[in-house]
Structures are given as structure tokens and as C-alpha cells.
Design a protein around this ligand. Structure first.
Ligand code: CUA
Length: 224
């Protein structure tokens, strides 16, 4: 059933999907069980001639158990999901591995603007390169994107990498990822940001190490 999702191409994607499936299967089992019971009880205890409905106060332990036992089960399952979820959260949003590549990313109506530091590795120098809607990275490297917004709130979404981060004016938020498979992946904006929101869609080009080197060379020799 995992083919509902776009292919996962990030190092932490499997963990994120794991939390989804954990919640999905827990809720699916309980949905079928409870709806099944409701339908069964509807028929089993339907109106019959000469039979009066019982008025249940819920003041005996026997009756209260119908509330307390499911409550206990819900709490246990909830804690289970929280523990697993906190683990994955820490991995994706908490412990950021050191950056091998840093790209400034600005959301603006209605484009993603990516800035590369250039050969000197510093931002704010003449060899910086700005690209609209094109993010080039090599696979197998930790990429940090420093996210800012120039106007309103946007949301930086990499569905194939299971990464989504709001981009907020007045704040710089760093997200990270490591791509595992070369290819071209979309970067839609996932926060309604105006009339052009649906067209705000960038591209992530994940290159092999050699192709990325080639791209860097071509880019910066073309600039100079
Ligand atoms: Cu930017 Cu929606």
C-alpha cells in the first residue's frame, strides 16, 4: 500500500513513513472493530415486541468498564505513537547533522529563490549565484537550507523527501536533508500564499557527485 506515496528518496523518509503507517494501522484496526461492533449491536439489540430498553446510568464498574477499558487502550497506543514520533521528530528537526552544503532559500510570491555561496563558500560576495525555482544538490551529502520569506508565509515542501517546513517572514529557519537517489523532484509551496500559490513549484535536481561537480564548474565559469 506504500505506493500511495511518492517514492522516498531521503535518509529519514522511511522513519517518517513508519510513523504514518503505525498511526494508520492502529486507527484502521480500531475503526473496523468499533464500526463492526456498532453495526452488530444495532441488529443484535434492535427493537423487539414486548421488550423495553434498559436505562443505563453507567454507575456500576461493569458498565463503567465500557468507557475505562477503551480509554486505557487509547492512552497506551497514544503514548506508543508519541514515543515513536518523538524519536523521528528529533532525527528530522532536532539533531541536525553538520552541513556539507548550505543554500539560502527565500520564499516570495510566487517563487523559490535559491542562493549559492559560490567557490569562496561565503554569502554576500560577488560570486554568489541566485536561481529561481532550481535547487541543485548532490546525493549522499547533508544539505542545509536556510529558509526565509520575503513577503508572506510559505511552506517549503519536498514530498519525495518527506520534508515540510513553514517559511515565516522575520525568521530564519534551517531545515536539512540528504537525498539518496539522483533525479528531479518537485518543491511545491504547501501554504496558501496568494493567487499564484498553486503555481509556486520549484525543482530539486539531485545529481550524482560527478554531475554536481560538473554543474558547479559550468555554472561558475558561465558567470565569470
Ligand atoms: Cu508560497 Cu503558497
Amino acid at each position: 500500500m506504500s505506493n500511495w506515496f511518492p517514492e522516498n528518496v531521503s535518509t529519514f523518509g522511511t522513519d517518517v513513513d513508519g510513523v504514518f503507517w503505525l498511526i494508520f494501522y492502529i486507527t484502521a484496526v480500531w475503526f473496523v472493530l468499533t464500526e463492526g461492533l456498532i453495526i452488530y449491536f444495532l441488529f443484535r439489540y434492535r427493537r423487539k415486541p414486548g421488550q423495553k430498553a434498559a436505562y443505563i446510568l453507567g454507575d456500576t464498574w461493569n458498565q463503567l468498564a465500557w468507557v475505562l477499558v477503551p480509554l486505557a487502550i487509547v492512552v497506551v497506543l497514544d503514548v506508543l505513537i508519541d514515543i515513536r514520533g518523538a524519536d523521528v521528530w528529533a532525527k528530522v528537526k532536532g539533531q541536525r547533522p553538520p552541513a556539507e552544503i548550505v543554500v539560502l532559500t527565500a520564499g516570495k510570491q510566487f517563487n523559490w529563490e535559491f542562493t549559492y555561496p559560490g567557490p569562496d563558500g561565503k554569502f554576500g560576495t560577488p560570486d554568489d549565484l541566485k536561481l529561481d525555482n532550481e535547487l541543485h544538490v548532490p546525493v549522499g551529502k547533508v544539505v542545509h537550507v536556510k529558509l526565509t520569506a520575503k513577503d508572506v508565509i510559505h511552506s517549503f515542501f519536498l514530498p519525495h523527501l518527506r520534508l515540510k517546513q513553514d517559511v515565516v517572514p522575520g525568521r530564519e529557519i534551517t531545515a536539512w536533508f540528504e537525498v539518496t537517489k539522483p533525479g528531479e523532484y518537485e518543491i511545491p509551496c504547501a501554504e496558501l500564499c496568494g493567487f499564484g500559490h498553486s503555481g509556486m513549484n520549484g525543482r530539486l535536481y539531485a545529481h550524482t557527485a560527478e554531475d554536481y561537480e560538473k554543474w558547479l564548474k559550468e555554472r561558475w565559469s558561465a558567470e565569470k
